[in-house]
Design a protein around this ligand. Structure first.
Ligand code: 5GP
Length: 187
């Protein structure tokens, strides 16, 4: 059986990971993007089972206790995790699976899936990141503050990743990611 590949995409909140993933999926529909569980309240337009599985804290704790999460972390006051069954079934089918997760989760994956390709997306500048988070208009001032504080910690850890890409233009960033994923075999 062909075994698939695991790709981890990490970067501070607001850096544009969601937009990049949507564009990647359009260009490569064979890529499977894992749907995480979270205790965060859905934002306007977010759909349960599409963007996340929205669950409460008790359900989340049960998943952790049962060992059903491949990785999990607390982020800006909410819990997020990757369902082990979802990733394993796709990997075993030979699919390429992408996890869009924060730093602590990416560190856990390095331990459990050392062969995963881990990519860190950086903003062009910190000011630009703050502007993007504010432009979303979806978070309270307190949530914005927490996300920016966390962003500083995450950016400081970018060097732990296999690849760092500055997202200053969507097309260029996509091509850079594609270059890392679809490395030509043999010569
Ligand atoms: P947001 O609330 O903006 O959707 O996500 C906040 C952060 O949580 C983002 O950095 C996102 O990548 C991360 N995240 C989303 N799902 C998961 C997950 O399953 N595990 C971990 N560790 N982080 C996640």
């Amino acid at each position: 059986m062909e075994i698939g590949k695991l790709i981890v995409l990490t970067g501070p909140s607001g850096v544009g990971k969601g937009t990049l993933l949507r564009a990647l999926r359009r260009r490569h529909p064979e890529l499977y993007v894992s749907i995480s569980v979270t205790t965060r309240t859905p934002r306007e337009g977010e759909v349960n089972g599409k963007h996340y599985y929205f669950i409460d804290r008790k359900q989340f704790d049960n998943l952790v206790a049962a060992g059903d999460l491949l990785e999990w972390a607390e982020f800006a006051g909410n819990c997020y995790g990757t369902l082990k069954s979802q990733v394993e079934s796709h990997i075993n089918k030979g699919d390429w699976v992408i996890l869009e997760i924060e730093l602590e989760g990416a560190r856990q994956i390095k331990q459990t899936f050392p062969e995963a390709l881990r990519i860190f997306i950086l903003p062009p500048t910190f000011d630009e990141l703050e502007k993007r988070i504010r432009a979303r208009g979806q978070d309270t001032e307190e949530a914005i503050f927490r996300r920016l504080e966390r962003a500083k910690e995450e950016i400081a850890a970018a060097g732990e990743f296999d690849l760092q890409i500055v997202n200053d233009d969507l097309e260029g960033t996509l091509e850079h990611i594609e270059g890392a994923l679809f490395v030509p075999v043999g010569c």
